[in-house]
Ligand binder design. Structure first.
Ligand SMILES: [Fe+2]
Ligand SMILES: [Fe+2]
Length: 198
């Protein structure tokens, strides 16, 4: 179990207090996923010289809004004046982009790097910081993931972060296409930047 101590106030209280909030507001399955993502994110942060506290906070809150209702997400989009096109999408997209707003309002986390990592964690982006990549990849490789290529994804991730972004993006898009599922346009931009050879 990781025992990182929060000193920089990205989250206004302690890590233990954040864990209590998360445990009380999410299902056990989601809570365990957050802990798994934190563990993977900390390992990636160490390997890639990212600040551990930032990686911990971003990982722990990245799915904070995932269990909110459609009604709540739509209300936040309208009330906060977020991009109108978001109304045409669903929880998969909302819990990142709109979730960041909910995290800001409810958990009082204002660090834009952390909020951006939450915004980008589902579909990535052409422009990703080291922290964005760490959360995007940690979400994909955490120990609770059991899809066939999970082991390979972990090996790639702990060897090279950019390769892991490419691997994950390709894997996700291949899955969406094979299942005839909709692809959020920003995911294509992620693909063009990180998978297509320049
Ligand atoms: Fe997520
Ligand atoms: Fe997640």
């Amino acid at each position: 179990m990781c025992e990182i101590e929060y000193k920089k106030h990205y989250y206004p209280k302690s890590r233990t207090q954040l864990l209590t909030v998360l445990k009380n507001s999410l299902s056990l399955k989601r809570y365990q996923h957050l802990l798994g993502v934190e563990q993977a994110a900390l390992r990636l942060a160490k390997l890639n010289h990212e600040e551990l506290e930032k990686a911990s906070v971003a990982a722990l809150v990245h799915d904070y809004a995932k269990e909110r209702t459609t009604t709540e997400f739509k209300k936040v989009i309208l009330e906060k004046g977020l991009e109108h096109d978001l109304l045409n999408w669903n929880n998969v997209i909302w819990h990142g982009v709109v979730g960041a707003q909910i995290i800001k309002d409810e958990l009082k986390i204002t660090d834009e790097e952390i909020l951006n990592a939450v915004r980008k964690h589902t579909v990535g982006a052409a422009d990703m910081t080291r922290l964005d990549k760490i959360i995007y990849v940690a979400d994909f490789i955490e120990k609770g993931r059991t899809f066939p290529d999970a082991k390979l994804a972990r090996t790639v991730a702990y060897a090279d972060l950019d390769s892991a972004v490419s691997f994950e993006t390709k894997h996700t898009l291949q899955y969406l296409m094979s299942a005839n599922k909709v692809i959020y346009p920003a995911a294509i931009l992620t693909y063009n930047k990180w998978v297509v050879e320049n």
